[in-house]
Design a protein around this ligand. Structure first.
Ligand code: SF4
Ligand code: SF4
Length: 72
């Protein structure tokens, strides 16, 4: 669960998602000046980043990860 994707073609590097995330999940890549997901496991699916991103570049899901169970 959590933040799914940051569309780099839309991201303008405004830093808003980094600032609003209460869990410190997102960081800015110094070279590309784009946001990236650094600590996915800490994401609480609060959707603040998705809502606040001015470019609508972020997708968050509350759905659990798909668990694949293999039969042996
Ligand atoms: S808020 Fe959106 S546009 Fe701004 S840095 Fe984050 S992903 Fe990029
Ligand atoms: S959904 Fe919330 S906790 Fe997860 S990355 Fe976005 S702002 Fe941070």
């Amino acid at each position: 669960m959590g933040i799914r994707k940051i569309d780099l073609s839309l991201c303008i590097g405004c830093n808003v998602c980094v600032d609003v995330c209460p869990m410190d999940v997102i960081r800015m890549d110094a070279a590309s000046k784009k946001a990236y997901i650094k600590y996915l496991r800490d994401c609480q699916s609060c959707c603040l980043c998705e809502v606040e991103c001015p470019e609508d570049a972020i997708r968050v899901t509350a759905l659990p990860e798909r668990i694949i169970v293999a039969a042996w």
